[in-house]
Design a protein around this ligand. Structure first.
Ligand code: TYD
Ligand code: MG
Length: 455
């Protein structure tokens, strides 16, 4: 009998080695786990090949018809928005997020809507029993929708049920708990996760059923399991939010069928997740405009403008070296802005601790956040609050110039709608822009901006 091949796989990066190593080339220690592959590898094997319509021979570009990507609405508008309009038939979606953030809740709600509108939904859970899911479902008002629960972790069994039920949607909660009988390694190991993703990909594409995989995230916030998981699936959604805040954000990180960085905002209530129709209102709800160190930023996430509060606290450092901390914005970006403020606007910050925070747990990556960080820090240093009805946005360059940023009109409109009467923004963006009831102040430099904001 042929001995089955055994390889050691790094659980962090997925690299394979014929022998055990203490340290992987990716830097991880003690991350190799032995995996024994079956004699007949599955991935790419004949039986598992899926054939999208018309596959086989190459076709001329011009002859290929446009498949109008039908969208299957999830019945939850905010969720549809993130998906780019709803599920695409045969697509594989990965929903990642920290434990307890609400992944199962969101999917159960979507499953109930989907089942009611489009037919049976298969919800396979390796984490909870049918009774647990049902007691949660009762709270969410699932009712008599044709929703099939399957407490099963064996991939082959789930695929059998999928073939039997021919559901309109399949949900696997979670990809780290399922295992294939073809591998001996534990569920959640790189080999098993990769196998699960591949098998469900074949099933989704082959039977044209949209499939959602729930994924766990590691401590540092990236999806657990190998990167290959993200490459295999069509869409990667990330579920974010502070566990101690009620609101949750679903964000598209990768989407083959829509724009990325689209946001869906929800609030966790006693009866499940409820869409937040006006996120700006939510993020500004607890703002106290008289306190120094608070600025309102108009940011754009995907196609959606949102107003958020950026806070800064500057205090004299008691120890020799000043602390700089940033939550919700890039720490390096803050360090750079502090240097610009010292050099170009004449503020002295060398001996001060500086803390920057985006209220409400949002995290902002776009450079438009720069001016709001500068304004909040300056306001805290001078201990003078910024005008309550003024919002800001703009990128700050190293020479202290304020650079134009995209989608200015969208931002200004949101600010005006939320009752802001003045927007301090890059001068390059003011041209040709007008907004009734809202004064647009174009600024060229950091100095200009601080003059306009603090007089
Ligand atoms: P859950 O969906 O189980 O999280 P995940 O699948 O991402 O691990 O969410 C569980 C949390 O949500 C739990 O702490 C309780 C809370 N919750 C509510 O506040 N209201 C509800 O109606 C439900 C179902 C859950
Ligand atoms: Mg769960």
């Amino acid at each position: 009998m042929k001995a089955s091949r055994s390889v050691f796989v790094c659980q962090d990066c997925g690299v394979q080695s014929p022998k055990w190593l203490g340290r992987c080339e990716c830097g991880a220690w003690n991350s190799f786990v032995e995996e024994r592959a079956a004699d007949t590898p599955t991935a790419g094997g004949g039986a598992n090949r899926y054939a999208p319509l018309g596959a086989g021979s190459a076709r001329l570009y011009a002859d290929v018809g446009v498949a109008d990507a039908a969208r299957l609405s999830t019945g939850i508008d905010e969720f549809d928005r993130v998906l780019g309009g709803g599920f695409v038939p045969g697509s594989l979606v990965l929903l990642g997020g920290e434990p307890g953030i609400g992944k199962s809740t969101l999917l159960l709600q979507a499953a109930a809507h989907f089942a009611r509108d489009r037919g049976p939904v298969l919800y396979a859970s390796g984490e909870e029993s049918e009774h647990q899911i049902k007691s949660r479902g009762d709270r969410l008002g699932v009712g008599d929708a044709p929703l099939y629960l399957l407490a099963e972790t064996c991939i082959e069994r789930i695929l059998e049920e999928m073939a039997r039920l021919k559901p309109a949607l399949v949900i696997i909660d979670s990809v780290q708990t399922v295992f294939s009988m073809k591998f001996q390694s534990a569920p959640g190991s790189v080999g098993q996760v990769r196998e699960a993703a591949t098998q469900f990909l074949f099933a989704a594409k082959g039977q044209n059923i949209p499939t959602v995989l729930v994924g766990h995230v590691t401590k540092d916030g990236s999806l657990a399991g190998p990167k290959v998981l993200e490459h295999v699936v069509d869409t990667v959604l990330s579920f974010e939010g502070e566990r101690h805040h009620a609101h949750r954000i679903v964000r598209a990180v990768k989407n083959r069928f829509g724009a990325v960085s689209e946001l869906g905002v929800f609030e966790m209530t006693g009866t499940g997740l409820v869409a937040v129709l006006n996120p700006s209102q939510l993020f500004l709800a607890e703002r106290s405009s008289e306190t120094p160190g608070s600025a309102v930023l108009c940011c754009v996430e995907g196609s959606r403008p949102i107003l958020v509060e950026v806070q800064a606290l500057v205090s004299t450092s008691t120890y020799g070296n000043a602390r700089r901390m940033a939550i919700g914005v890039d720490q390096n970006r803050v360090a750079l802005l502090l240097a610009v403020m010292e050099k170009r606007a004449g503020l002295s910050l060398a001996g001060d601790d500086v803390y920057v925070n985006v209220a409400g747990g949002m995290s902002i990556e776009e450079p438009a956040v720069d001016l709001s960080v500068v304004a909040a820090i300056a306001s805290s240093v001078r201990n003078r609050s910024l005008p309550a009805s003024t919002a800001v946005f703009g990128e700050v360059g190293l020479s202290g110039e304020i650079r134009g940023i995209p989608q200015a009109a969208l931002r200004v409109r949101e600010a005006a709608q939320m009752g802001f009467s003045r927007v301090v923004m890059p001068v390059a963006n003011v041209d040709g822009l007008e907004m009734a009831g809202c004064e647009l102040v174009g600024v060229r430099t950091v100095g200009d901006a601080l003059d306009q904001l603090m007089g």
